[in-house]
Ligand binder design. Structure first.
Ligand SMILES: [Zn+2]
Length: 121
């Protein structure tokens, strides 16, 4: 899938829901939002928090498209250490693959050691 394919999929989802659930989706339309959002990892997924209250999945190099309110965020800030963060978290069970902006690689390594998770892949 391409970025624009992802944006088109959001629009198609909202259009389908506007027909199926007009009371909920009639006023929802895809719209670009210039606001920057900081991404974090929860249960192994990159997410941003949309101001509407929805957690929106994203990934390095991808926008965040909110399927609840229609917002499209192209200015998603993901750590420059994303690859290393993902590598350290990938050794953990999914429920413990969590990271917040500002948490260091040293902290993730220390948490892994504390829980007996090997440095080796
Ligand atoms: Zn939203």
């Amino acid at each position: 899938m391409t970025v624009e394919g992802y944006v088109a999929a959001q629009a198609a989802f909202i259009a389908r829901n506007a027909q199926a659930l007009p009371g909920r989706y009639a006023a929802v339309h895809p719209h670009e939002v210039a606001r920057a959002l900081e991404a974090y990892i929860n249960h192994g997924r990159w997410l941003v928090d949309c101001p509407c209250g929805n957690g929106v999945m994203t990934a390095p190099g991808w926008p965040a498209c909110c399927y609840s309110c229609g917002a499209i965020y192209r200015d998603v800030h993901i750590s420059a250490d994303a690859d290393q963060i993902e590598a350290l978290l990938s050794r953990r069970p999914i429920a413990h693959q969590n990271w917040k902006a500002g948490e260091s690689l040293a902290l993730l390594r220390a948490e892994n050691v504390q829980h007996g998770i090997s440095e080796e892949g």
